[in-house]
Design a protein around this ligand. Sequence first.
Ligand code: ZN
Length: 151
Amino acid sequence: MQRGLGDLDELYQDVLLDHYRNPRRTRRLESPDAEVDAINPFCGDEIHLQLLMGDGRVSKISVTGQGCSISQAAGSLLAEIVDGKTPDEARELRELFRGLMTGEELTDEQADRLEDNLALQGVRRFPVRIKCALLSWSALSDALDKVSPAG
Ligand code: ZN
């Protein structure tokens, strides 16, 4: 783990480390419906996100990149939870995740919907790292706007 994160709960550290070392859904898509690159200049993180839509849902997602453990684990966790979701559902998750990062109180039901992404909640105690955790969600948001313009 990165310096400064030593007091994250051990269980959460395990989840993050696992996603960092074995990121999910990293297989590049041949002909994605949307493709976005995002960069966090504060930390040097890079995320490349691809979406393939089918039946109004995310039928395939690929997230690759390089950078700190938080940014890369967050990308992997995002890819897992967004797979199979509709754009509206994915946007709701993004709002919940942003809330988690900015210290909003989530209901138990809201927290449950974030599944393993809750492992990142300790990051909010390190404001400089919040951008790392949100980077792939911002890429997702741009990608969703391309396949399904909001509102
Ligand atoms: Zn970072």
